[in-house]
Design a protein around this ligand. Structure first.
Ligand SMILES: Cc1ncc(COP(=O)(O)O)c(C=O)c1O
Length: 356
């Protein structure tokens, strides 16, 4: 039974938590390296890539910084349509890069035509795109955006943040020609927080060789050196690697397409329910997220009171709107192992609150 309808951290299955409780191993040991290799190889299947997947022993934001430090010497274009895409722009600026924004109204997605225009005006080494804007519940048309980059500026690196969608929505790294694809553990992967993953193609390593001041902790060449030995340069978050290795088997046992269909059905259920109860979606109908629904609080519900009620009666909670959207919107995340039945229980609880 899911309790956390918040966009991360989400519920973790008891058996996954149990997988973390195994004795520690030295990270420079054959036993640890075998588990690290196993998890990283399984992750390639989830990323739909033949290239490497790094296991970062830090949260997803560190991978945003990794992409910027290694793949951008000067000019980067950041598609900004919410708080997390804006954060990637801030990461670029704070690392001394010339970052331009392709700014899109909150609630909307960056569109291929706008990206085409921006790329025709100026040459960029890289473009950053957030696939699923968790602050607004918007899913970007990623495949089409990638195609535009390849059409207008084929050598530009495509950096994608799929922190709140990978493992919940299908993203084909190689087929869509994404160079750098990152995610975090605490959302659709349904693991505890603290681990991030990044799929990185060969072109990225060739570029990193030419970029100065990549730093140390996030240096792709250092990460690669240790990845070739099935480990990390620094002490990894070993319990989370155990959990990842275990959880990926559970994910494949469900089947990736079945998992994506479950997520699409759960979010659709939330959108249909909201409309049927007089509440509209914050995000444009054309770009609704499949993992976190952002609903306009058209009925002026007190979100703190609603959550208090849900916690007392069902041990469930939803999320208030992000930043300035607090109380104007609320968010219902349907990530990880959440089921349609859980969603129905939550929505029945919300109806009970509204009927009070
Ligand atoms: C789309 C997106 N990008 C990046 C982040 C930051 O991830 P982390 O908290 O794992 O650093 C989040 C966190 O919610 C997110 O939703």
């Amino acid at each position: 039974m899911a309790h956390m309808f918040v966009p991360g951290p989400v519920d973790v299955a008891p058996e996954v938590l149990q997988a973390m409780a195994k004795p520690m191993l030295p990270h420079r040991s054959k036993e640890y390296e075998a588990i690290h290799r196993s998890a990283a190889e399984k992750a390639q299947k989830l990323f739909y890539t033949q290239y490497r997947v790094y296991l970062g022993t830090h949260s997803g934001s560190g991978m945003q910084e990794t992409g910027i430090r290694n793949l951008v010497e000067k000019d980067v274009l950041c598609c900004v349509n919410g708080a997390f895409s804006k954060r990637w722009y801030d990461v670029a600026v704070s690392n001394g890069k010339n970052a331009d924004k392709l700014e899109v109204e909150w609630g909307k997605a960056p569109m291929p035509d706008d990206l085409r225009t921006a790329l025709k005006k100026k040459h960029y080494e890289a473009v950053t795109i957030v696939h699923n804007e968790t602050s607004t519940g918007v899913e970007a048309p990623l495949k089409d955006l990638c195609a535009v980059v390849r059409e207008v500026s084929p050598e530009t690196f495509i950096l994608v943040d799929a922190v709140s969608s990978l493992a919940g929505s299908k993203i084909e790294m190689d087929a869509w020609d994404i160079d750098f694809l990152l995610t975090s553990s605490q959302k659709c992967l349904a693991l505890p927080p603290g681990l991030s993953l990044a799929g990185v193609n060969d072109r990225c390593l060739q570029k990193a060789e030419k970029v100065a001041n990549r730093g140390w902790y996030f240096d792709l060449l250092l990460l690669e050196k240790h990845r070739l030995k099935d480990s990390t340069g620094m002490t990894p978050v070993i319990p989370l690697i155990y959990a990842l290795d275990f959880q990926l088997d559970r994910i494949f046992a469900e089947g990736l397409d079945a998992r994506f269909a479950r997520h699409a059905a759960m979010s659709q259920r939330v959108y249909d329910w909201a409309r049927a109860h007089g509440m509209s979606t914050y995000a444009d109908a054309a770009c609704l997220s499949k993992t976190v629904a952002t609903i306009n609080n058209d009925r002026n519900l007190s979100i703190p009171d609603l959550n208090k009620f849900l916690m007392e009666k069902y041990q469930m909670r939803i999320s208030n709107g992000y930043g300035d959207l607090k109380d104007k919107t609320f968010r219902i995340a349907t990530m990880g192992e959440t089921t349609l039945k859980d969603v129905d229980t939550l929505l029945a609880g919300m109806e009970a609150f509204m009927a009070k």
